[in-house]
Design a protein around this ligand. Structure first.
Ligand code: PBG
Length: 324
């Protein structure tokens, strides 16, 4: 048959498929999220099979293994003991707190590994919200910014390379940039969770850190999953306020948002494959219904193809080991 255009010619052998491949996954694309806790022992996280809350000694080992696989960065999430949680969340800027100690230990052992920290009050706040809560239950914006600045400064003093505000308060990127610069931390980058949706996919993470809101939900600060134009507005604001990199979260169900942002910003884009996305693949594989490795790599490739330069994923180590 005379058929001059045959797309299958470009798929006919591994060699030709290699030549025409548009997107590649590399260990250098991954940011590895790590949960940390006080004490000398690790605790497996029941709701997130394959993940642990690490004690600081083993955190350093785990991060070193990840770095040796080519992963350039880790991001830390602390489990704060209940007795240190207060309505003012003051533990978030204690220079001897869990996160600054973890940063110092990581930078001492692996100076070339980039350490990213989450800037938000939820692990420290007895109310379980990302911002301060007023007596009548409102999430306070401007009062929260002052505390977030103290938290980011505490991380910067300990040696964090990148601070990542995940709280979705208005004006936080500008506030953090100015606080960091005033203390001489011009080199500390801001990776803004610019577009963070109020998502049910965060459920397992909140279980891991015991950080679910005590009352209400996060819908007055995290975005409505129905909205896409609003994502462009949030991203443009954070860019104007001085963000160095922008994030979309969750990743898999929001690939349209990533693609839209890719065409409207020149900033590097991150996407967070969150706990619920991870768990769906783990659960499907545990039931014998999915090939874990193949679905994992395909899910990550899809996030890259949609426009993410870097992906926060609990699969980072496993995926990097397969891609080496
Ligand atoms: C909190 C924070 C959350 C996640 C990262 N930082 C949870 C939330 O906003 O309630 C979720 C990550 C995941 O589900 O893997 N500031």
């Amino acid at each position: 048959m005379h058929l001059p255009i045959r797309p299958r010619r470009n798929r006919q052998s591994p060699a030709i498929r290699d030549l025409v491949r548009e997107t590649v996954l590399r260990p250098a694309d991954f940011i590895y999220p790590l949960f940390i806790q006080e004490g000398e022992a690790n605790t497996p996280i029941k709701a997130m099979p394959g993940c642990q809350r690490w004690c600081l000694r083993d955190l350093v080992t785990e991060a070193g293994e990840a770095h040796a696989l080519g992963i350039p960065a880790v991001v830390l999430f602390p489990r704060i003991p209940d007795e240190l949680k207060t309505p003012a969340a003051a533990e978030c800027h204690n220079d001897d707190g869990l996160v600054p100690r973890a940063i110092r230990a990581l930078k001492a052992a692996h100076p070339a590994l980039a350490v990213i920290t989450d800037v938000a009050l939820d692990p420290y706040n007895s109310d379980g919200h990302d911002g301060l809560v007023s007596p009548d239950g409102r999430i306070l914006n401007d009062e929260t910014l002052a505390v977030l600045c103290q938290q980011a400064l505490c991380h910067a003093r300990a040696g964090a390379d990148i601070v990542a505000p995940s709280d979705m308060m208005d004006g936080r990127v500008a506030a953090l940039r100015s606080a960091l610069d005033h203390e001489g931390h011009q080199a500390v980058s801001i990776l803004s969770y610019a577009v963070k949706y109020a998502s049910a996919y965060y459920g397992p993470f909140r279980g891991a850190l015991d950080s679910a809101p005590k009352a209400g939900d996060k819908k007055t600060y995290q975005m409505d999953p129905a909205n896409a134009r609003e994502a462009l507005r949030e991203a443009a604001l954070d860019e104007a306020e001085g963000a160095d990199m922008l994030m979309v979260k969750p990743a898999g169900p929001y690939l349209d948002i990533l693609a839209a942002l890719r065409s409207t910003t020149t900033l590097p884009l991150a996407a967070y494959q969150v706990s619920g996305e991870y768990l769906m693949i783990k659960a499907g594989a545990a039931a014998g219904w999915l090939d874990e490795e193949k679905v994992m790599l395909e899910s990550l490739l899809g996030i890259r193809r949609a426009g993410a330069d870097m992906i926060l994923t609990y699969f980072a180590k496993k995926a990097a080991a397969l891609l080496l």
